[in-house]
Design a protein around this ligand. Sequence first.
Ligand code: HSE
Length: 432
Amino acid sequence: MAPLRVGLAGLGTVGGTVARLLLENAALFERRAGRRLDLTRVASRTPKPEVDLGSATFDTDLASLDTGDVDVVVELIGGETAARAVVATAIGGGRHVVTANKALLAAHGDEIFAAANRRGVSVGFEASVAGGIPIVNALRTGLAANRLDAIAGIVNGTSNYILTAMEEEGQDFAAALAEAQRLGYAEADPTFDVEGIDAAQKLAILAALAFDATIDFDGVHVEGISGIDIEDIRYARELGFSIKHLGLARLHDDGVEARVHPALVPESVLISKVSDVMNAVMAHGDAVGPTLYVGPGAGGMPTASAVVADLVELARGTLPVPRAAKRRLPGLGIGGVVCAHYLKIPAIDQPGVFAEVADVLSRHEVSIEAVIQRPQAIRTGDEPWVPIIIVTDEAPETVVRDCVAELANLGGVTGEIARIRVADLSAMMPPS
Ligand code: HSE
């Protein structure tokens, strides 16, 4: 069979690694795919003479991939504008596309899939979610027999790396982020990682696949990890939890609940042990029940592994052409969520303050599950104060929000109250 001719757009961490894999493992891919994967062209606005491109032609003009000797364009430039143009041009020219670009798919997936459907070309995007975990393939193929109703997990490697470094090494946030950047995990703009945007994009892609629908990215509730204090991590641990950055999506009769935020995960749940750059995705199906997938979520090699897997599938003829428009499911927001909460309330160290705090919770019918207040945690200030740590029982999001607003107005409360949700994932996965 004729080789599959690959045009590569972008020579960053992932692009350079894809080129290397294609050259180094060429014989293996030919055996697996039944035909050669030939890297014929590479385009990158920044030349990288140190990267071996074999016999591929190099150009700094991304439009150079729009040519007869390219069957598939691999888009690894990231961002939205230039990437969107590269993908549109490729599809318009009847070329298949493989991309790792979750931002592009979350914002313009509908347009891209519709165009590919009309043109009869395939779009591979395994690398866009959870790097080295073949979760797109699992949802699309392995779980095809299931009605999937929930998906959850850790889908940002950088945030998981930072939270792990804070928890296990007591490292501060900035140092851990700098190391994640050095290792090639972080986005070009790392606020996408630490403010939850990257995870929300990935969750929207996974939910769309799992629920067979178009999911509005703006309907995903987004919170990142930048507000997490090392003290919260320590108290959580004392209470039997790890703090993880989670994405959760559930299918309801009237739409999709989709949210990313930090959460206390009970140590009895396996994903509380998923650390460093590792990602984990749980999917729940009516036939199979709970399933869990774990693997490296970022970095050159894991992401390149997913990109090349799509190329091998394409070469075999099994990478599908996207289907025509899917049903659109509205986002339900976070108002309807019911869960337990961790609260850290800075309070003046004097009689009656705890009683006032308990009274507010009691009037809102929020029950207390656990409390910590340590004499050694008392801090001096104008008046001595101490953090009161409370874990509530399950309560509606809106009620807990009202409670926190009321608590903040108490005379005995001296500063900002930290509120972190507790994730109940027990229905989605077996305990460890
Ligand atoms: N910045 C992303 C992460 C890279 O940290 O997970 C993979 O998408």
